[in-house]
Design a protein around this ligand. Structure first.
Ligand code: LFR
Length: 465
């Protein structure tokens, strides 16, 4: 049996990884090569990503991947959406901002004064998130100095190959892509004072972006092509969510819980806009019709705060086991409350929302968080069903959240639908599948790709109680 090997770079908001993916008849698996922490760093002018360190981890991880598997044929990169770096004279002009930086409030006000949200929604189909790239561009003083603006995976591909391109699934999160055309809305950009010349040519997943620079090829150990994948991490995750019928919903759960269904036509109704449901472009021209729910961010920030208080290290599986053992009802809060979005003292902010009902013990507090996330998931699943006119019969939970059994069960209980959990590494698998397909080593249709995922990564089922 022939086996094709590729390297997948998958960067999440709290950790990044480089994996080797191997694919053949009835075979699809991952080998973790490097894993490194990621997160906001506080600089003088606000919250940023430590992009220099991230890029070094990526290059070192790719070198290690080639050392372990010299037969690797290509590289694919995905990351969180919306954030970007500005490039001039072939160089990154400044460290990318983190989407949780609060400078965007002014961008929102200025953009909406020019183009009200209802008009934006008609044009770009995006839910309102205060960090959508167009709001960030609007207040970026350096935009005028830039030749090109590249979203994070495109920026990494550019630094690896020298070729500047905008992969379409991620480009759809900027707010500057027409929801029905899939092309840059240059008229909107011009109106907002965003020079449309900085928007690079669009490419679809599966396109070869370029070959590694000679210097990097020498460091990594092979001359390899970088192939565009669904470079928005959620787009890759949905490729590998083994949806078997149109009645399947998905929740891609990591830092965020992205809750929705896959559509072939947009639903640009007033109701969809009011419910803040987005149309992000998926692989093969699908729409990811979904809503962002604050996901495991609430738990990871709470744990980080507790660890800082105690100087201790908390074992998450142990905490969740203790949370599962809590008997009786725990109070819930609105997981999407805007006060929970910035990094900082998460337990105190949640306690403010809970008031006198706030649980006194850590296991009960963690249980409150999980139940509140599940409640928001259930609400979004019901809304996705109502807005799309689809009766749903199951929910695929993919990503890190699929390992959280308490969350899977609570989601099943609160939706009344079975939850099929896994794969945990759906994003990296989706990245691998799209590269392999471009290399002629995987089936052509999304249905067949998903069938391969289902056959090789059997989900765990949680029935509602
Ligand atoms: C998930 C994700 C979401 C996006 C958010 C910010 O990792 O990519 O889809 O809304 O991060 O980029």
């Amino acid at each position: 049996m022939t086996v094709t090997a590729v390297a997948a770079v998958d960067l999440g908001a709290t950790s990044g990884r480089v994996m080797i993916g191997r694919i053949g008849d009835d075979r699809l698996d991952l080998e973790l090569v490097a894993r490194f922490p990621n997160g906001p760093v506080e600089r003088e002018d606000g919250l940023h990503w430590d992009f220099g360190a991230l890029f070094e981890h990526v290059v070192a991880g790719l070198a290690e991947a080639v050392r372990r598997e010299p037969g690797i044929e290509s590289i694919g990169i995905d990351s969180w959406a919306v954030d970007y770096g500005l490039v001039g004279d072939g160089e990154l002009l400044a460290e990318p901002f983190h989407y949780r930086d609060d400078r965007t409030a002014r961008g929102v006000a200025e953009v909406h004064a020019e183009a009200p949200f209802a008009e934006l929604y008609r044009r770009n189909g995006l839910q309102f998130l205060p960090f959508n790239t167009l709001y960030q561009y609007r207040v970026d003083a350096r935009l005028a100095d830039a030749e090109t603006a590249l979203l994070i995976p495109d920026l990494i591909a550019f630094l690896l190959t020298g070729a500047a391109a905008a992969e379409r699934t991620n480009a759809s999160t900027t707010g500057l892509l027409g929801v029905e055309t899939g092309e840059w809305d240059t008229e909107l950009a011009d109106r907002l004072g965003i020079p449309s010349g900085i928007l690079p040519g669009l490419v679809d997943p599966g396109t070869t972006i370029g070959m590694l620079h000679a210097g990097l090829a020498a460091r990594i150990g092979r001359d390899l092509p970088v192939i565009a994948v669904g470079s928005h991490d959620t787009a890759s995750a949905v490729v590998a969510a083994p949806l078997s019928t149109p009645r399947s919903a998905y929740i891609s759960c990591g830092t965020w819980g992205l809750v929705g269904v896959e559509l072939t036509e947009p639903v640009l109704t007033d109701a969809a806009r009011q419910a803040n449901f987005t149309h992000e472009l998926g692989v093969d021209g699908r729409y990811r019709f979904l809503h962002n729910v604050t996901g495991l961010w609430l738990l990871s920030e709470t744990v980080r705060a507790w660890e800082a208080t105690d100087g201790s290290s908390i074992d998450l599986p142990e905490l969740l086991a203790a949370a599962s053992a809590v008997t009786g009802d725990v109070p819930t809060f609105d997981a999407n409350d805007p006060s929970l979005s910035a990094p900082g003292d998460m337990p105190a902010r949640i306690a403010t929302l809970l008031g006198s009902a706030a649980p006194a013990t850590r296991p009960a507090f963690a249980r409150s968080i999980v139940e509140s996330i599940a409640m928001a998931f259930a609400d979004a699943v019901q809304t996705a069903s109502a807005l799309s006119g689809r009766e749903l019969d199951c929910i695929h939970m993919v990503g890190g959240g699929s390992l959280n059994r308490l969350l899977c069960q609570a989601t099943a209980d609160r939706t009344g639908l079975p939850v099929l959990a896994g794969p945990v590494e759906a994003t990296a698998l989706g990245n691998v599948l799209v590269q392999a397909r471009a290399l002629g080593a995987a089936p052509a249709s999304l249905d067949e790709l998903r069938a391969l995922v289902a056959a090789t990564h059997a989900p765990e089922r949680f029935d509602p109680r």
